[in-house]
Design a protein around this ligand. Structure first.
Ligand SMILES: *[C@@H]1O[C@H](CO)[C@@H](O)[C@H](O)[C@H]1NC(C)=O
Ligand SMILES: *[C@@H]1O[C@H](CO)[C@@H](O)[C@H](O)[C@H]1NC(C)=O
Ligand SMILES: *[C@@H]1O[C@H](CO)[C@@H](O)[C@H](O)[C@H]1NC(C)=O
Length: 561
């Protein structure tokens, strides 16, 4: 059974034991200075077009920073009394500045590890797929694993890859290549043999072993069936995981991302230890060595380890994905008329765990893609909320991709936050129409505007490495919704404004992870995480949504370039 709950009731206990001795409440009390009148700015940025994400002062031309925090924002004349000889003044030449982006959903170490593996994103033919694997085998010793991911069969017309495509070039190397959505992967015959998968192996609950019409396993494993291969895949070493963190952080900074909400290495089929091993071996190591460069929220409930690391709540899966025909829907898939998708976690187990987590005061985030999965999770939240005491919960649904009529309104009513990934719509538009039919696809896919209208909040992200970590791309897609090869928007009424999209990657994202007290807007007292963009025209940015990152500052220090 595929139970992808990140923390079980017993690990919730572990969380308190592990975290409280590490709590460093001091760092965020150090900013008492900013109310004092004699303070001096460390530096001032001026002559810019600063979008603050703070409704009390949305735009400004200058900002003063001290001790890594925003000291004051406004006109240069209003900051001059904070400047002394030692204050550095930086002229922005009219450039647009925005708060550091918060990516609300990434798999940071998984993405970092994939950077060192076979990269299959964007391949557009079977031949190219085979060539990539062949190149990878060339530099490998017999017996060592070929790992990689990112392929998307929709790009090459839909045919699913099979072990037979690569068996003759990989007779001595076990292979595991996950699809871009992480909900299916291809094993070659050698890795199936090592994992003990035969033609007679039964489908596990919540998973499918893809078979030919003659009943032979093709090598494709869907959702919980990927668990069959997992024990054979070698675990990444501590050094590999540390290197993955550093590489991933550098990439994030290049893209203007200063904080990530990390959903761990829990894409099924990746090699996984417990979350606590990554926390202690990788994150706490980086923290103690001064190597943390972006802020990382590892499933958060307001528990601060340092200014770099925050601990999170619980994550569970309701269903699979659209691309793998495993998102749980009310109506069957058009290309598989008996398939309504998969409910990957036993509902009673999920309900019991959610009750326990909510009762313990934790924030809950559940992955739900299909219309039926989303309603089931909203029903579950509704019961949990009415059973336990009133409080600010900010429970989330990750993806909220296909929503039935009336469902967006329920998010607002229940105060549930939709954590959505705009760039997924680029890759899903054509396949949604094929799998759901034009009518359903156009009514219920990626309803950002409806969700915003009902709940006034959206947390935006990438789900990296599903798509690249790149908020500026996500912002443009949320504004334009034009899939590759299209000349018009997919569901134009669901486009959102630049301002709303920027908030989705800044203040709303901070709120969605309980960090809005420290981050998410350029407001006095908050951490000075900001991004200087290449553009000096706000109007062009509003019209085109395009810009690039020129520099990224974290806690007032330039971290990129
Ligand atoms: C399934 O049966 C075919 C035909 O006998 C065989 O070639 C193949 O290796 C089998 N697959 C697995 C996974 O055992
Ligand atoms: C990976 O680590 C887990 C637990 O830490 C262990 O159970 C598993 O056997 C390891 N896998 C391999 C292939 O060594
Ligand atoms: C869920 O909780 C109920 C009540 O405590 C218990 O009777 C039931 O066995 C639990 N179910 C599962 C699947 O854990």
């Amino acid at each position: 059974m595929n139970l992808l709950i990140l923390l079980s009731a017993s690990t919730v206990l572990l969380l308190s034991v592990l975290v409280f001795p590490l709590l460093d409440n001091q760092w965020f009390l150090k900013w008492k200075w900013f109310s004092s009148s004699s303070v001096v700015a460390d530096f001032v940025v001026t002559n810019g077009f600063i979008f603050t994400s703070d409704p009390s002062l949305p735009f400004a031309d200058s900002m003063a920073v001290r001790d890594g925090r925003v000291l004051r924002v406004g006109k240069f004349s209003s900051l001059q009394n904070l400047c002394r000889d030692e204050t550095e003044v930086m002229n922005l030449d009219g450039k647009v500045v925005v708060p550091g982006f918060i990516d609300s959903h990434v798999h940071l170490l998984f993405g970092g590890l994939q950077m060192a593996q076979v990269e299959l994103h964007g391949l557009n033919s079977k031949d190219e797929f085979i060539r990539k694997v062949k190149d990878a085998v060339n530099d490998k010793k017999h017996g060592s694993w070929i790992l990689g991911g990112g392929w998307n069969n929709d790009i090459w017309g839909g045919d699913l890859p099979m072990a037979s495509w690569i068996d003759d070039i990989t007779p001595n190397n076990p292979v595991w290549l996950s699809r871009m959505d992480g909900h299916m992967g291809l094993a070659n015959s050698l890795s199936m043999k090592m994992a003990g998968i035969t033609n007679d192996t039964q489908d596990p609950p919540g998973g499918t072993i893809m078979r030919t019409i003659d009943g032979e396993a093709t090598g494709l494993l869907i959702d919980s069936a990927m668990e069959l291969i997992r024990p054979s895949i070698p675990n990444a070493s501590v050094d590999e995981r540390r290197e993955a963190l550093l590489q991933a952080s550098n990439l994030a900074l290049q893209r203007g991302v200063t904080t990530v909400v990390d959903f761990g290495r829990y894409l099924p089929g990746s090699s996984v230890e417990t979350p606590w091993e990554d926390l202690s071996d990788v994150y706490l190591w980086a923290n103690s060595m001064g190597k943390m460069r972006i802020r990382d929220l590892i499933r958060k409930t307001g528990r601060v380890i340092s200014q770099w690391i925050y601990l999170g709540g619980v994550k569970a899966f309701a269903d699979g994905s659209l691309g793998s025909n495993s998102a749980l829907m009310y109506e069957p898939y058009i290309d598989e008329p008996n398939n309504y998708g998969l409910q990957v976690t036993d509902p009673e187990t999920l309900f019991n765990l959610s009750m326990a987590a909510d009762y313990a005061g934790l924030q809950i985030a559940v992955h739900a893609i299909g219309d039926r999965a989303n309603d089931l999770i909203l029903d579950m939240y509704e019961s949990v909320i009415s059973a336990n005491a009133m409080r600010e919960r900010r429970h989330r649904i990750e993806h909220a991709q296909h929503l039935a009529l009336g469902t967006p309104e329920r998010f607002g009513k229940l105060g549930v936050i939709a954590s959505v990934q705009p760039e997924h719509l680029l890759y899903d538009a054509n396949s949604a129409i094929k799998k759901l039919g034009a009518d359903r696809a156009h009514k219920e896919s990626y309803l950002f505007h409806s969700l915003l209208a009902s709940s006034r909040q959206l947390a935006l992200g990438s789900d990296w490495p599903v798509v690249n970590i790149n908020p500026l791309g996500g912002i443009k897609t949320a504004m334009k919704r034009i899939p590759p090869g299209w000349d018009h928007a997919w569901i134009p009424s669901e486009r959102i404004t630049l301002g709303a999209a920027l908030e989705g990657f800044t203040i709303s994202a901070a709120r969605a992870c309980f960090l809005d007290e420290y981050l998410g807007s350029l407001s006095p007292g908050k951490l000075a995480d900001f991004v200087i963009l290449s553009t000096d025209s706000w109007d062009d940015f509003v019209a085109e949504g395009s810009a690039s990152v020129e520099a990224t500052y974290v806690g007032g220090i330039r971290a990129y370039p």
